[in-house]
Design a binder for this molecule. Structure first.
Ligand code: PLP
Length: 419
């Protein structure tokens, strides 16, 4: 599979089409939980209807695509909302809070003894700060100097098949990415300039060197290894598996399946490297990462989100997500010529998905059907494969009742094109 093309196209498609969908159509949100403020008093003025988006003239969509940052990632857990409000009521020293939260997270995840964690403003930020820390360590001159690398290492090794738009965050530190294809290439590429070996977990199947071997080779060459596992929970064990595998640094999104604050993520890793990452990040000024501000609310919210995520019954959730898809399947398969198929991606968004295909009896392409759904009321966003060859969806970001709305809308749109 061509991962770059997939990423690029996915970004492009969501960018253009969802904007169209957002301009057309509109949907009322349940107002119940939204029309009173954190302290319980009613909201007046902006927000009083309970649908801040509608008040701004922006259409909300039913999300059958998954945890797409373009669509707002995920919906934060109510418990996270509550502790973020509590966090907003006091001043606190941010680096002290970061260290304390990291300690709590390391305990919750039962990380190896020399591991810690840092709350960042997302997995992409964790990539930049993590690499910056490897480059500068605690050298104040180097920290101020980035992305000018004089005196520091200057190369990151990555498998060619692992290149993707998120490696922009690595390049932002000033390093050069050195592409390798196999073990032999890697041996030749390692030099005194090598700062880090990067692994994009979703590309595991595409690369010759697999996830466990990459970590081992890093140890052999004494080069720190980094794994971008941003979208790779569930399973929940991925929160500690890569530390146990020997990765020095691990990036995870907080605002995807974990349903923490949308602007939060985790840098998990060796205690020394994590502390250097913090030195390169907000609130410290004159750093490359000063623009990646993390608030006290996000730090505290991330701790709560992890606590909730670890307590959840993941088997029950997966059954519920599958059940929703089966409901849609039962309805759309009644249309002559329409079939469905269930699948679960191996890695990245490892949750139940469903494809909907049809034969010549339906005279529309998946993209046309998807476009019609996006223009509908309520607007619905599904996916259409890499080449627009198939309509697909997942259900883990759906709110109660939205499976039925999707079923009815897909049936109506397909029937409108039936011969
Ligand atoms: C989402 C994602 C990121 C970025 O994560 P944020 O938390 O949104 O910063 C990085 N890498 C991959 C593979 C992702 O899916």
């Amino acid at each position: 599979m061509n991962f770059s093309a997939q990423w690029t196209r996915r970004g492009f498609m969501t960018g253009i089409s969802s904007l169209t969908a957002m301009i057309l159509g509109s949907r009322k949100l349940p107002a119940a939980s939204l029309s009173s403020s954190a302290n319980g008093s009613p909201v007046t003025g902006f927000g009083q209807t309970g649908n801040v988006y509608e008040e701004l003239g922006v259409t909300t969509v039913i999300n059958g695509q998954g945890t797409m940052t373009m669509l707002g990632g995920s919906l934060m857990r109510p418990e996270v909302e509550s502790v973020m409000a509590l966090a907003g009521r006091h001043f606190v020293n941010i680096p002290e809070l970061e260290v304390a939260a990291g300690k709590r997270i390391a305990e919750m995840l039962k990380l190896p003894p020399d591991y810690s964690a840092l709350v960042t403003c997302g997995a992409a930020a964790a990539m930049l700060s993590g690499l910056a820390g490897i480059l500068t360590r605690d050298n104040p001159q180097f920290i101020r100097q980035l992305p000018e690398l004089t005196g520091m290492k200057s190369e990151v090794i990555i498998q060619k098949s692992h290149r993707n738009p998120f490696d922009h965050q690595l390049r932002a530190t000033g390093v050069r990415l050195v592409e390798v294809a196999d073990r032999d290439d890697l041996r030749k590429a390692v030099s005194e300039k090598t700062a880090m070996m990067h692994f994009s977990n979703f590309a595991n199947a595409a690369g010759q060197l697999k996830v466990d071997e990459w970590a081992k080779l890093g140890k052999e060459y004494k080069v720190p290894t980094f794994i971008d596992a941003a979208a790779d929970t569930p399973p929940v064990s991925h929160l500690w598996d890569y530390a146990n595998m020997g990765y020095d640094l691990i990036a995870i999104s907080g605002g995807k399946a974990i349903r923490g604050p949308q602007c939060a993520g985790l840098l998990i890793g060796r205690r020394d490297l994590v502390s250097y990452a913090l030195l390169n990040n907000s609130p410290h000024e004159d750093t490359l990462g000063r623009s990646q501000k993390v608030g006290k609310e996000e730090i505290v919210g991330m701790v709560k989100a992890l606590e909730c995520y670890l307590q959840e019954n993941h088997d029950v959730l997966i059954k519920e997500w599958q059940h929703r898809l089966e409901l849609v399947s039962a309805e759309v398969s009644k249309i002559p010529g329409v079939t469905t198929k269930f699948y679960v991606p191996d890695i990245a968004n490892h949750v139940p998905h469903m494809e909907i295909r049809w034969d010549k009896r339906i005279s529309a392409t998946p993209r046309e059907i998807n476009a019609a759904l996006r223009k509908g009321k309520p607007a619905i966003v599904l996916s259409t494969g890499e080449e627009g060859e198939v309509l697909s969806l997942n259900s883990f970001m759906l709110q109660p009742g939205e499976d039925r709305i999707i079923a009815e809308a897909v049936v109506a749109v397909l029937k409108a094109h039936a011969s």
